[in-house]
Design a protein around this ligand. Sequence first.
Ligand SMILES: *Cc1c(COP(=O)(O)O)cnc(C)c1O
Ligand code: SF4
Length: 534
Amino acid sequence: MGDIKITENGLDHFTRELLNEFFEPAGDNHSLSNDSSPDFAKDLADEIDGLLEQSKNLKLTEPIISLFARLKGVKRQMGISPEVFGITRETLVILAEKHSKIDEHEVTIGGRVNHALPIVEEANHRVHDYMNVKALEAPSGIELWDRIEENMGRIKSILDIDEKEWSSYSGQIRNCIDSVEKLSKIINLPSHVIEDIGRVTKNYRMRLTPYYASLIQPENINDPILIQSVPTSEMVDNIGIEIPPVAADHSPARLIDQFYPRVLTIKATNMCAMYCTHCLRIAHIGKKDRIYSDKAYEEAINYIRKNKLIRDVLITGGDAFVLPNKIIKKILNALDNIDHIKVKRLGTRIPVTAPWRVDSDLLEILGDSNDKKPLRVVTQINTAQEITPLSRETFKRISKSVSAVLNQAVLLRGINDTKVKMWKLCETIHESYVRPYYIFNCSYRNPQFFHLRVPIETGRDIVESMYGNISGDAIPRFIATAGGKIPLHKSNVMGYDGTDVTLKKPWSNDEVLYPDADPAAYADRNFSFAKYSS
Ligand SMILES: *Cc1c(COP(=O)(O)O)cnc(C)c1O
Ligand code: SF4
């Protein structure tokens, strides 16, 4: 016994706590046979015997963890001590020591069973509801694929599109759904809805690729694909004044928008494969397709060439991938030949609206430019439903040619404005080679889509709910656009007393004291190697 006492002193407090709990006398005398059926008692005794044998014989931590965890459960739920199974405290001390010796990080069995496992359990509890409802409440296009394929078949036959035509970008554009008459052929719309949409599309252009239309789940009354692509009466009936694009623009040169010193955008086209009802550029977009002249691109490039502070150029639109490969190549080449340009980005939604556009020529152009200087693709996916096996495959191919594929989602009412929908979106794109980058709060500038706006506080709660529950690199930043991108995150810094910062864990609201670096010590520059020379 003396030996054991000495050894037990070597155990950490978690392990001692656990052993004490195991052997603390039970209030009323529990035994296996009193409490349960003989079969259950025998099964449990066999199970524990088996774990004990493995713990003794194998040089593994797992059986020891299972044994201690099982003994803890049995003690807590039934009040039964290890002695009932013929296991002494001495045996468990020996196994506890064996566990820490095997473990590379010398983690103790008590630390594991009484501390680490409960933390994991509590963490698991936080995502429990989400795991149960995510497939039903926010199905991805991958989960819906059977139904989407059915829709595709139906749309192909109604619109008389053959396989070759369907699987090509030009075929998707040629067969686009650009009138309410055509739309009503593929989804059932009551006559008053047809009338309403007809009224709106006099002012606002509708264009869905037949592929994008196949993502619509017609039984869902406010289907997120439908809301994003088919204009409804609010677009003309909402009250409010559109803040005119001239004032909204920050355009110091032809095709250029700039409000930052080192990064700007070239609005290289006003065309998109699909027109979004929530488009920030609705004033420029979707009225009339315009082919821009070489002169226009030259002037834009010249502005960039002359402004040596610029290092990062975003080629947007519209949708940059609507441009022919040779124009994309020309612009990228011109930028790669300007010394002070170090990074390029292309903005496109085509991988989710018309994935066939991303052909091998385009991928080669992207890869060549990325070889010279990093090239990123910035996309817009607003709901997991937009990620299908096809778009995922397209993002996979793009991600092999560029240095990152990033997503800028727009927070939209009924589309991604719940925790479940936004988590699902972020996880689904993360699994599809795309990194969540921004979530934009829907703009205040356009009454056309006031009905799609979501209060900032709702967005903050949603984004904040991701911390600690989703991989950090799947958590986007929440942004308001108002002459620049302004972060809207909640602060988790609750106070500062000059020494310690009080921080709040977003996932539990627990506050922790976080000792700050000492400002006086920090101000002293005489450190590390500098101190040898003084
Ligand atoms: C969005 C945008 C940028 C880029 O902003 P980042 O925060 O770097 O992604 C640059 N210029 C303009 C005009 C923009 O609208
Ligand atoms: S893809 Fe972008 S630019 Fe085109 S309509 Fe949608 S939001 Fe507007």
